[in-house]
Ligand binder design. Structure first.
Ligand code: APR
Length: 235
């Protein structure tokens, strides 16, 4: 079974949902987390991406996210993102549920996007919750309302996922005929529980498929950009 099989399933599906992870953005130049070149190969996520790092090691926390925000500025969505946006425009997909915080799906043109892990391009005060401009965070400012610590709207380890994004993704995946999982190790709870909640066909598009323990109906090994371009040829 190949890319043409997936294209056939998409054409027969009344409701297709895409679930993406960091592997969707590596071709844009953004590291993923658990591959050989991923963020967590050299950094312990608990020291920079957890609630306790925000509370107890704020300078390191802030430096880590300022660095990730800066590196985003030099990167753009790649062909794979554009294909997913085109598929939405053509009515071929219902929702992109993403673990990614780069907003590349929206930048590429997808409108129906659920940000399961938030984003790093909008900022709020940790104390009073008010939104503040990104520049304040980048300039090491404190909250203008309460002098609290500023942080991106990313879901940190130890925080709960945004209710609306979770409920929407769960609902759409439960009622989908087809769920296509792209560029994620499926190691992080609770997002890794979503594929098994689908009653429809399950497809995995990923560079590394060895670690996969979920029962996919179809596995297409390769980069997101290449595989999506191959599938797109049949649509
Ligand atoms: N095309 C397809 N797959 C790829 C590509 C690519 N170009 N590049 C990497 N991959 C695959 C890797 O083989 C790996 O299996 O994408 C997967 C990325 O897995 P992770 O690095 O674990 O990223 P992700 O699954 O998104 O992590 C989930 O962990 O740290 C948290 O909040 C963070 O949202 C993130 C969550």
């Amino acid at each position: 079974m190949t890319a043409s099989t997936l294209a056939q399933w998409m054409l027969q599906s009344n409701s297709t949902v895409i679930l993406t992870g960091a592997g969707m953005s590596t071709e844009s130049g953004i590291p993923d987390f658990r591959s050989r070149t991923g963020w967590w190969k050299n950094i312990d996520p608990r020291t920079v991406a957890s609630v306790e790092s925000l509370q107890q090691n704020y300078e390191l926390f802030r430096e880590f996210y300022q660095m990730r925000i800066k590196s985003l500025a030099d990167c753009t969505p790649h062909r794979g993102h554009e294909i997913l946006a085109d598929w939405e425009t053509r009515g071929l997909l219902k929702l992109v549920a993403t673990q990614n915080v780069d907003r590349f799906h929206q930048q590429a043109g997808n409108k129906a996007v659920a940000e399961l892990h938030g984003n790093i391009v909008t900022i709020r005060c940790q104390a009073c919750g008010k939104p503040l401009p990104l520049g304040h965070f980048m300039d090491n400012a404190v909250c203008t309302y309460c002098k609290g610590k500023l942080r991106p709207n990313v879901v940190l380890f130890g925080e709960t996922l945004p209710q609306e994004a979770w409920n929407r993704s769960l609902k759409e995946i439960q009622s989908a005929d087809l769920v296509i999982v792209i560029g994620t190790s499926l190691e992080v709870y609770p997002v890794n529980q979503l594929p098994a909640m689908s009653k429809g066909k399950l497809v995995y598009i990923n560079l590394d498929v060895a670690g996969n323990s979920q029962n996919f109906d179809l596995i297409l090994q390769g980069t997101a950009g290449e595989v999506l371009a191959e599938v797109d040829k049949y649509l």
